[in-house]
Design a protein around this ligand. Structure first.
Ligand SMILES: Nc1ncnc2c1ncn2[C@@H]1O[C@H](COP(=O)(O)OP(=O)(O)OP(=O)(O)O)[C@@H](O)[C@H]1O
Ligand SMILES: [Mg+2]
Length: 242
């Protein structure tokens, strides 16, 4: 599916033009490489992410997707090259970046709902009712409203992933970085997740960078795909050109 993509010129890729975005850059990578001992996990990455974009990061296992997300979120520094992260560009207010990593960091002893309640912040919501309304909207779209009383330890992987994403969105981030948030979900459920990203993109200008292996999802995606191959960014553009 991705075999011809290596011929695409990433640095000056016209196919990304016209993709919906608006508020200026939030991430900028210039010739970034990340090395772990002998392994070069990322090689000479050139990338700009605009505010309001929804981007898929794709690539085979070991291609560098997690390293790329950690780099963007500030959990990994480059070995060489330059990275500029959100608040460098914004002198008005801090942009809040929320991460959902492969280990979901949920609290197993607590119910799904209790895990979601940890996201409540009185500085963000005018009152609890507003928070609860958002929580109900998100859990309804994702079809998990009836299962919120389950303890996380008794919830299946798909439910846990949805709870982790909802918890993250309830913190009202400006940017969501999610590593394989759909790995335990079938395509229909993965699309529901995509629906909530789109909703928050439309409502709040949420920028999303998410790594996925789900080829069905990629096929129906109309935004930008960044494809990594053995640490190199070999394609940046619409899914339809892959
Ligand atoms: N902390 C680390 N120390 C050593 N090597 C690492 C480290 N993190 C990643 N690597 C290596 O860097 C390369 C890229 O790993 P990464 O986890 O970014 O790939 P990935 O695309 O996320 O893979 P997967 O689809 O399996 O999650 C791999 O060869 C991996 O073994
Ligand atoms: Mg990974």
């Amino acid at each position: 599916m991705f075999q011809q993509s290596t011929s695409v010129n990433v640095k000056n890729n016209k196919s990304t033009q016209g993709i919906k975005n608006s508020g200026g850059p939030v991430f900028y990578c210039e010739d970034v490489s990340v090395q772990f001992g002998e392994i070069r996990a990322l090689k000479n990455i050139q990338l700009t992410v605009e505010r309001g974009e929804i981007i898929f990061v794709t690539g085979a296992s070991g291609a560098g997707k997690t390293t790329m997300l950690k780099l963007l979120s500030g959990h990994q520094e480059p070995t060489s090259g330059k990275i500029i992260r959100p608040n460098f560009f914004s002198n008005k207010k801090n942009l809040f970046v929320s991460n959902v990593f492969q280990d979901l960091r949920l609290m197993g002893k607590y119910t799904c709902e209790e895990n979601l309640m940890f996201a409540y912040d009185s500085n963000i919501y005018k009152d609890k009712a507003e928070f609860t309304s958002d929580m109900h909207e998100l859990t309804r779209i994702l079809g998990i409203k009836d299962r919120l009383n389950l303890k996380i330890n008794n919830a299946n992987g798909g439910l846990q992933q949805k709870v982790a994403i909802v918890r993250s969105l309830l913190t009202r981030p400006d940017i969501l970085i999610a590593d394989e948030p759909t790995s335990s979900l079938d395509t229909d459920n993965a699309k529901r997740l995509f629906d909530v990203f789109n909703l928050y993109n439309a409502k709040r200008g949420l920028t999303v960078v998410w790594a996925t292996h789900n080829k069905e999802l990629i096929k129906s995606f109309t935004g930008r795909i960044i494809h990594l191959d053995n640490g190199r960014l070999v394609y940046s553009g619409h899914a339809c050109f892959i």
